[in-house]
Design a binder for this molecule. Structure first.
Ligand SMILES: Cc1cc2nc3c(=O)[nH]c(=O)nc-3n(C[C@H](O)[C@H](O)[C@H](O)COP(=O)(O)OP(=O)(O)OC[C@H]3O[C@@H](n4cnc5c(N)ncnc54)[C@H](O)[C@@H]3O)c2cc1C
Length: 479
């Protein structure tokens, strides 16, 4: 078997891995990054297109958890991970959330004042910006509906850059993903990147890891096996794949037992007047009123996405899709309360996840849907698609009320794009997998540095927090 040596081995090149690789390489370490997915330039497929799903999503987006309600989860599988495909919305978490995490798992060195400089650096280095000159007609509609209900909304900044001379031309093309920001920086500092290379196992010897064994995966097929040897190993494969790799190597203490997520329900709404203008990209306004438990907003609403979320009940789908300029996809995202178990299945390429959608989750989603419906009708909606598969279209907030009081388990298309907390960090040995800086307990040189580390939900879009915590932790590692 071919063997490659390095100082720091980084498994996964999403936000957590890219930050780790970048700072370690800039500190003069010999860094090797292994990434299961391919290395595509950011403009290799139109943003939010089906071609992009095919190229950059794990299993083209077809992954599910099991439980009373199956939850479809989406993840990036390409150099840059989720940052290449996401809406790029950026938040700092609430100070209250950070303090709750700090006490929940007893994290050292986690005062908000110690964390804000890392968020500031992320905002600077990854170009976090508001849309210059207003954020478009779908956002105006959301603001109008919330305004009539007396609810607050907020424009969310994005990892995005807008050309100074013609900002609006950058609305679809200015994404500041990892392949645009931290990965080129890591490579300029000497990091080596191996795309299409999937780690299949960690090599373990007593209290140390020696490195890993990987397979090259060009074109989906398995090819050569390579042995990687390293002084330190960072597992940054995301909240599902990181615990899978750790458990495979026998590291099971609080690993893969507490996966959490933000369950989402999407519905479509048709209005009298056109408002859906794809040139504006993902609408960046969110309803603030019910945070942290609930977030309401609008998704990118191209025809294929509309067809996906319209629901089977709308018989006259073709006609409705012709009306796409008057129709949009709107979402409710909740802070989930269920905890999922991730288990590696021998000989199967993907892990098995059992995660309950709890009654509290159903109640919260029901409340969110009712609020969303009220807002949309207040903004002038004519009809909403049913959140329940096969249900009839909804023509008034009253129609929605009875349904939302008791959302039926197993009958709604629930999905998620935010997964975390599968190997939490902190000093509380009874509930955490790693110490306060991501070092796996009981091993001298193995670290986790991705969304798995969150003790609980950040209650906002997570990428900014993944980056800031990864920056903090790799800084501690580098001394
Ligand atoms: C469609 C979508 C929209 C989203 N929108 C937003 C948003 O607007 N704002 C926001 O803040 N967050 C958003 N998110 C979530 C955000 O993208 C994630 O929280 C973030 O990417 C997590 O970073 P990570 O480093 O933990 O893992 P990931 O980004 O998942 O990166 C892990 C990487 O590791 C690789 N990998 C996995 N296993 C192996 C292996 N065995 N060997 C080698 N490589 C491996 C994967 O291919 C992947 O590239 C969205 C996510 C999706 C999918």
């Amino acid at each position: 078997m071919k063997r490659i040596d390095c100082d720091v081995l980084v498994i996964g090149s999403g936000p957590g891995g890219a930050m780790t690789a970048c700072l370690a390489a800039e500190a003069g370490r010999d860094v090797l990054v292994l990434e299961e997915g391919a290395h595509h330039p950011i403009d290799s497929a139109p943003s939010f297109s089906l071609a992009e799903m095919d190229q950059k999503y794990r299993n083209a987006g077809l992954n599910v958890t099991f439980g009373g309600t199956s939850i479809t989860y989406l993840e990036g599988r390409c150099v840059g991970g989720g940052s290449e495909i996401n809406a790029a919305l950026y938040h700092r978490p609430l100070e209250k959330t950070l303090r709750e995490w700090q006490t929940q798992t007893r994290i050292r060195g986690f005062e908000p004042e110690q964390l804000w400089p890392h968020f500031e650096a992320v905002e600077r280095d990854c170009n976090v910006n508001l849309v210059p000159g207003g954020n478009g007609p779908a956002c105006d509609l959301l603001k109008r509906g919330a305004g009539s209900m007396g609810w607050s909304t907020r424009e969310i900044a994005r990892f995005w850059s807008y050309p100074a001379e013609a900002p609006q031309t950058g609305l679809l093309t200015g994404r500041q993903s990892m392949t645009v920001t931290l990965i080129p920086r890591a490579m300029r500092a000497g990091a080596r990147l191996m795309p299409n290379t999937r780690v299949v196992k960690l090599l373990r010897e007593g209290k140390r890891v020696l490195g890993a064994v990987a397979e090259t995966t060009e074109g989906g097929a398995r090819h050569e096996r390579i042995e990687l040897r390293a002084k330190s190993v960072f597992v940054c494969a995301g909240a599902v794949q990181t615990p899978r790799l750790l458990r495979r190597a026998g590291f099971t203490h609080n690993v893969g037992d507490t996966l959490q997520l933000h369950p989402m329900i999407r519905i479509t709404a048709r209005f009298k007047e056109p408002f859906n203008d794809l040139a504006w990209g993902v609408p960046t306004e969110q309803v603030d009123q019910f945070k942290p438990g609930l977030t309401l907003g609008c998704s990118y609403s191209s025809i294929p996405h509309l067809a996906l979320w319209m629901g089977a009940e709308l018989g006259d789908k073709k006609q409705r899709l012709r009306d796409w300029r008057r129709t949009g996809i709107f979402y409710v995202a909740a802070v989930g309360t269920g905890k999922g178990k991730i288990r590696d299945l021998p000989l199967v390429g993907e892990p098995f996840i059992r995660l309950p959608l709890t009654q509290a989750d159903l109640d919260r989603l029901g409340e969110g849907l009712l609020r969303l419906g009220q807002l949309l009708f207040a903004a002038g909606a004519e009809e909403l698609s049913s959140p329940v598969e096969g249900g009839p279209g909804i023509r008034s907030a009253n129609d929605l009320e009875a349904l939302c009081k008791a959302l039926p388990q197993g009958k709604m298309p629930v999905s998620t794009i935010h997964l975390f907390s599968s190997a939490p960090m902190g000093e509380d040995e009874a509930t955490t997998a790693t110490d306060s800086f991501g070092k796996l307990r009981g091993v001298e040189n193995l670290y986790v540095n991705d969304a798995s580390l969150f003790p609980a939900s950040p209650a906002v879009n997570p990428q900014g927090t993944v980056l800031a915590i990864a920056r903090r932790n790799v800084g501690e590692f580098l001394g």
